[in-house]
Unconditional design. Structure first.
Length: 277
């Protein structure tokens, strides 16, 4: 059990969207006591299934949920964050750990949103967390204790792996390398499926072929993780063969350069978003 040896703090999730659902599932399935978890959301449609599935506490009262929590997970959309936080400003946060999984909001802004100096950890998870295969970038302010970091680390490891960064700006790098990355791969898979369909395969068969090729390649990379990706690529590429011809086309289209440009575009947009909040 992931949390057997850890303290069981009372956790309140503010927001009941897909990422909150994933983390709650990871916690409960990892052995965290359901009685110590509360989800708060104005939407019964969102929160009641969580209560029924995981036997956690459910409420529409954010104030009560936060007052009775040791750890608050802010899991609402960035554009809603200021509005959600404002009614919580009278609460004493001095003994509470605040975790935020909202994209684009600098850690310091939460001190303004909640009108106090917080013990806050900013987290950038990616969508494979929904199936327990996520990667979360983690940044802790200097007010965070080692115990708080350990707790937050275990919480996010319930849905995948974690990477801690020393500078908050590196969260934007995590977004480019991991946060947005599933879409890069899905675009590549989409393009492959479209061409497979043009070759005459049905949509279902084309998807199955591409999906298996992707998952098989990932499994191979994981099994041979001591080898660089470049070596794995070379092992598949016979000189003068079909794979070499395909890769030559990719290089002619400057694929590596375009990947780098795409990642830099993601970082630039993340920096712009931080100025909006």
């Amino acid at each position: 059990m992931l949390f057997r040896s850890m303290e069981h703090r009372n956790i309140a999730f503010i927001g009941a969207g897909n990422m909150a659902h994933a983390i709650i599932a990871g916690l409960v399935n990892g052995g965290y006591p359901a009685k110590n978890i509360t989800v708060s959301s104005p939407s019964e449609v969102r929160r009641e299934p969580l209560e029924k599935e995981f036997a956690i506490q459910s409420t529409c009262d954010n104030i009560n949920a936060v007052e009775n929590a040791d750890v608050i997970v802010l899991a609402v959309k960035p554009q809603m964050m200021a509005e959600v936080c404002k009614p919580l400003q009278h609460i004493d946060f001095s003994q509470k750990l605040v975790l935020t999984i909202a994209a684009g909001i600098p850690a310091s802004r939460y001190n303004d949103y909640l009108a106090t100096s917080l013990r806050l950890i900013r987290i950038m998870p990616n969508t494979p967390a929904l199936v327990g295969k996520g990667l979360s970038g983690m940044f802790a302010q200097n007010t965070i204790t080692p115990e708080d970091k350990q707790f937050a680390d275990a919480l996010m490891k319930s849905v995948g792996t974690t990477v801690w960064v020393e500078q908050e700006s590196a969260i934007n790098d995590i977004i480019a390398v991991a946060g947005s990355a599933p879409a890069y791969f899905f675009l590549f898979m989409e393009s492959m499926q479209q061409e497979a369909e043009r070759l005459g395969f049905s949509a279902d068969v084309a998807r199955a072929i591409v999906q298996q090729a992707a998952s098989g390649s990932t499994a191979l990379a994981e099994k041979q993780n001591s080898l660089p990706f470049s070596t794995l690529r070379e092992q598949v590429t016979s000189k003068g063969g079909t794979t070499a011809a395909a890769l030559a086309q990719f290089y002619a289209g400057k694929l590596p350069e375009n990947v780098a440009l795409a990642m830099q575009a993601a970082i630039k947009r993340a920096q712009e978003m931080e100025k909006q909040f």
